[in-house]
Write a protein that binds this ligand. Sequence first.
Ligand code: BTN
Length: 146
Amino acid sequence: MKKMIITVWIFLALTSGAIAGAENALQTTSAWTNQSGSTLYITGVGGNGQLTGSYINRASGFNCQNIPYPVTGWVYGTAITFTTIWQNPAESCNSITSWTGFYYNGKIHTLWQLAINGSTSVSQILQGSDTFIQSSSMSQKSLQAK
Ligand code: BTN
């Protein structure tokens, strides 16, 4: 009986809450907005660290704005990587962006690269940095330092 309770507890800890389980734990449901006003919605992080969610771009100078696009990625302790394809029946931008970074001091710090379908040179890859802070509307379920 005791073994079963411990097994259930471990399963719940892995699937419904903190991933790292230490300082700067990454949790599974949260919304994060960057310095350009874009928002990353994390809707799930599996026990293996696989991330699912969506992204709404609001950065000026880019198309595909104000529409949710699908996100997949990974969380590994405080390290995080996620990708979106800018393809949607409402608007497609013929491109993909990937962000890689880490959670520290309440923020997700990332570097991103944007590749356009049909590119023939790495010099055509756009790159930059985005820093995300937790959106207040989902403050109870976020990537928070414990
Ligand atoms: C495109 O214009 O090809 C699609 C939209 C790209 C938006 C980029 S992704 C990196 C940067 N961070 C944002 O929040 N938006 C821009």
